[in-house]
Design a protein around this ligand. Sequence first.
Ligand SMILES: [Cu+2]
Length: 220
Amino acid sequence: MGLVFAGVVAGAGAASPALAHDVVVSSTPDDGEVLTEPIKTVSMTFSDDILMGAGAVALMTVTDIDDGHHESGCVSIDGDSVSTDVALGESGEYLVTWQVVSSDGHPTSGTYTFEWKPSMPTATTTAMTYSPTCGDAWSGTAQSTSSGLESATATAAPVEPGTLPLNAVPEPTMTILNSAPAGQTDHSALTVPLLIALIVGIVAVLSAVVVIVMRRIRRT
Ligand SMILES: [Cu+2]
């Protein structure tokens, strides 16, 4: 009996990875959970180790009901668990969308929801309108990587046109640099012909007045 049982277990153990993708065993927060305390990460545990590297990419997004993104864009894989940093915004339902490569080499994906219902007023963060790439600015604080810090600071800092530091390189700054003088150019381009027209008009009026006055003087 014991030998038969062992054989069945061994058979089942050998067969299961080939038969099915890894499944979600648990997650934090859990599927359908009502969160009342703030969280900094969303993590999921699978039935087997998740593949990573060489084309095996794990993705996780955490979006609110308005499709605003609250994930950092960085996904950590540690054996059978996958996690991402999050910064939740307004209370309400959040959707976790995930995609991993199962231990059998097959891409697997799914979604689940949880509800954010803070027990105390909490500082909310602004959602991103797109899914940030790891290292980019996101709705939370900058990631530990230095490049993430730089780009987060560059996009977060509001820059007044005209007060730009000359060594400002990041793209958002470049956009402002390009748009501000363009606006000024448009303005002066409009003003110069207007000014010329005005001067021509004044000269015309003045000469007309002079002519009229001269005629009156001649008559008297
Ligand atoms: Cu599979």
